[in-house]
Design a protein around this ligand. Structure first.
Ligand code: NAD
Length: 404
């Protein structure tokens, strides 16, 4: 079947399996050309493993440290003429490549917030790996809603400022032009709900369940991903509802380190760079900042995508040869160091007030941003012939095995 992109708001409702496979293979090729990470983890559980930072973390730990991986993800399989989600195709491509390389890789499809998926994942770990084995848990979920597993309450996250309204620029990514936005401040309930979705409660529930089931190895490390960014975006990000959730995530890391101390484990926050992913495309203002930072960082030869960030996280921060985890004064791993470099941020500050619809293409990497957005769904990928039919119904090997 020939598959076309169908954009609705901040997402594309179709995905191209050949393009998604090409994206995954390109990331694998990148890490295979880097030095291996012999001190890396050996049995890794990734929560949010099918796209963005989670998928890149899975590729790095598998292909650079020869780790066995179990990846939990949401998304949908193909149904009739409806394509599967990009995450589904990415996971199929990852598993196939891992199996060809002789690496164990299985996936757990479903709602990571639920008790059911946690228990199924633990049962799989015990069945295939045994007890006291998981030495790394990567928490890379990005979701806009969560049903609480104990109370059944549904929480919706919002991306809003707190106390003051936000007025400023954002970008209509698909049309490539600037829009003026005014976003009213969040209510107290919206702030609480956002913390319930994007804060640390679910991460803690995973770690508690894994601890209780005795599947975590001595010295286990767990990492959740966060973002800080510049003053320019702070009213919508760090000082907004999502910032409150990320603050809760950071507090949770300290609590989890205490809970893991009897087995010598540690929990970290890794503050990553702003990048085009399905999650970040939905954040007003941040999208225009990303297209600007892409331009500046590419010119300064500092640009990284998810895979380069996650390779640097593993090789240079978490699993260094000297086995020291590099953190800042607050105990966070900083992968946003290049983004936050003074010269990069000075360029952002200089250009930002000048941006208008006439100069947006020249002053930002809008074209790069749009291309990356399409790529998330397998479109506009170099080397893929979109005039050729592509498979719609693609099986994920480990899920197909479970069903048969
Ligand atoms: P993404 O949208 O690319 O990936 C999100 C992942 O979560 C996918 O694998 C998806 O399947 C999974 N997921 C979502 N809801 C789920 C559910 N209910 N059950 C199971 N799986 C579910 O997102 P991303 O941008 O890679 O974000 C991952 C983390 O990194 C987030 O915490 C985000 O805040 C953080 N981060 C992102 C950026 C950025 O610019 N993209 C920067 C810094 C930090």
């Amino acid at each position: 079947m020939l598959i076309e992109p169908r954009i609705r708001g901040f997402i594309c409702t179709t995905a191209h399996s050949t393009g998604c496979t090409a994206n995954v293979l390109e990331q694998i090729r990148y890490v295979q050309n880097q030095p291996s990470i012999p001190s890396g983890p050996k049995k890794v559980l990734l929560i949010g493993a099918s796209a963005g930072y989670g998928l890149a973390s899975r590729i790095v730990t598998a292909f650079c440290a020869q780790a066995q991986t179990i990846g939990v993800f949401a998304g949908h399989a193909a149904e009739g003429k409806r394509t599967a989600s990009a995450g589904w195709y990415n996971t199929a491509a990852f598993e196939q490549a891992a199996h060809q390389a002789g690496l164990y890789a299985k996936s757990m499809h479903g709602n990571a917030f639920s008790d059911e998926i946690k228990q199924k994942t633990i049962a799989l770990i015990k069945q295939d790996w045994g007890e006291e084995v998981v030495d790394c848990v990567i928490y890379s979920l990005a979701s806009s809603r969560r049903t609480h597993p104990k109370t059944g309450a549904l929480f919706n996250a919002v991306l809003k400022p707190i106390e003051q309204p936000y007025s400023g620029k954002t970008i209509d990514v698909m049309r490539g032009h600037l829009l003026d936005v005014r976003i009213e401040p969040a209510t107290a309930k919206e702030i609480e709900d956002t913390v319930m979705v994007m804060g640390g409660e679910d991460w803690a529930m995973w770690i508690d369940a894994l601890l209780e089931a005795n599947v975590l190895a001595e010295g286990i490390q767990t990492v959740a991903y966060s973002y800080i960014g510049p003053k320019l975006t702070e009213s919508i990000y760090t000082k907004g509802t999502i910032g409150q959730a990320k603050k809760h995530l950071a507090e949770t890391s300290k609590i989890l380190t205490k809970r893991l101390s009897p087995i010598g484990g540690q929990a970290f926050i890794s503050v990553n760079k702003a990048l085009v992913t399905q999650a970040s495309a939905a954040i007003p203002v941040v999208s225009i900042y990303i297209s600007l930072i892409y331009k500046i960082m590419k010119e300064k030869k500092l640009h990284e995508a998810c895979i380069e960030q996650m390779y640097r996280l593993c090789s240079d921060r978490l699993y260094r040869k000297d086995r020291q985890v590099l953190v800042d004064a607050q105990g966070c791993i900083r992968m946003d160091d290049w983004e936050m470099q003074a010269d990069v941020q000075q360029a952002v500050t200089d250009i930002w007030p000048k941006l208008n619809n006439e100069n947006i293409d020249a002053l930002t990497d809008m074209a790069g941003y749009t291309r990356e957005f399409y790529k998330l769904f397998g479109f506009k990928v170099e080397g893929v012939d979109y005039d050729q039919p592509c498979a719609v119904d693609v099986a994920i090997p480990s899920l197909a095995m479970q069903q048969s």
